[in-house]
Ligand binder design. Structure first.
Ligand SMILES: O=P(O)(O)O[C@@H]1C[C@H](O)[C@@H](CO)O1
Length: 297
């Protein structure tokens, strides 16, 4: 547990200012690339990029398939910042540290967070290669008290007790469903509930059955802390899970999930995920009238 750890408003601000003094981009949208989905960042034009190791305060990515690079650029004229690699609790980072970039983005003026992840399917109708638009989540570590908002509340970012009942923006979800029809991928895409588990081990069969009974459609090891922190500071959120495997729910089933297989499905579907994310971002409404850093929150 890391309940004593604190990151001051000044620490977030220093990183935001460090980045803003090194790039001319003023992103409106931030994108977090899930396992195997880092190529999303390749579609940004006029790129400025920074390795996480050079950015003050940033943790380091340690997981294969997470490059550890922050990329600024434009997607169809929209200014974006893309995390090629995210931080997971199982890497040993505190939840506050895994979500450090979100508050930095907020201070830079970002209004929308797009999260992507690789996830295992518990639902009979979701197959490897399908895409799930996240309509809600179950925060398994959070229910047990592991929450990035644990500890003193920073009122400058948001309230002590933030609501989470509409954290996945309804308008962006319906826009995405529209876009899937135009891209002719509607057959691959459905809405569903994501659950975060702590990892790094994949689920036992009994755990998989429990999650299924709880109404979980897809399970992964990330995303929820980022969404909680983004919602707390008033960002709108759009989330996608790429289904990379079926979670084994039967003692008769000899299938066995592994990270290489997860990355492989990510590579195979990264172009489709990229198209969907690009179209949603290019068509979402953006408020261009915002303050950055000093008075952003
Ligand atoms: O960063 P994401 O959530 O996409 O990564 C998933 C969950 C684990 O980190 C890893 C398991 O293969 O992929």
């Amino acid at each position: 547990m890391h309940s004593k750890e604190q990151i001051s408003h000044d620490d977030y601000q220093k990183t935001a200012e460090w980045l803003m003094s090194r790039t001319k981009h003023r992103p409106q949208v931030s994108i977090i690339c899930g396992s195997g989905l880092g190529r999303l960042a390749d579609s940004l034009s006029c790129r400025d990029q920074f390795s996480y190791s050079e950015i003050p305060g940033f943790p380091q990515s340690t997981v294969q398939g997470h490059a550890g690079c922050l990329v600024f650029g434009e997607l169809k004229g929209r200014s974006c910042v893309c995390m090629q690699g995210r931080f997971h609790m199982y890497e040993g980072h505190s939840l506050l540290k895994t979500t450090f970039p979100i508050r930095v983005f907020k201070l830079m003026g970002v209004q929308t967070l797009v999260v992507t992840n690789a996830a295992g399917s518990l639902a009979d109708h979701l197959h490897p290669g399908d895409i799930m638009i996240i309509k809600d989540h179950i925060n398994i570590p959070g229910l047990a008290g592991l929450n990035p908002l644990h500890g003193p509340n920073d009122d400058k970012f948001g309230p002590r007790f933030p609501a989470m009942s509409s954290c996945y923006d309804r308008g962006l979800r319906s826009l995405a469903l529209e876009v899937t029809k135009q891209l002719d991928i509607a057959g691959l895409v459905q809405e569903g509930v994501y659950a975060m588990v702590g990892g790094p081990n994949f689920e036992t069969i009994a755990e998989a059955r429990m999650l299924h009974r709880l109404g979980v459609d897809a399970v992964g090891m990330s995303t929820v802390p980022e969404v909680v922190v983004a919602t707390h500071c008033g960002m709108q959120v759009f989330g996608l899970s790429l289904i990379t495997n079926k979670v084994v729910k039967s003692y008769e089933d000899s299938d066995c999930v592994n990270h290489d297989g997860v990355l492989e499905v990510g590579r195979l579907r990264s172009e489709t995920v990229q198209q969907l994310v690009t179209e949603v971002i290019s068509r979402m409404e953006i408020n261009n009238n915002i303050d950055r850093t000093s008075s952003a929150v």
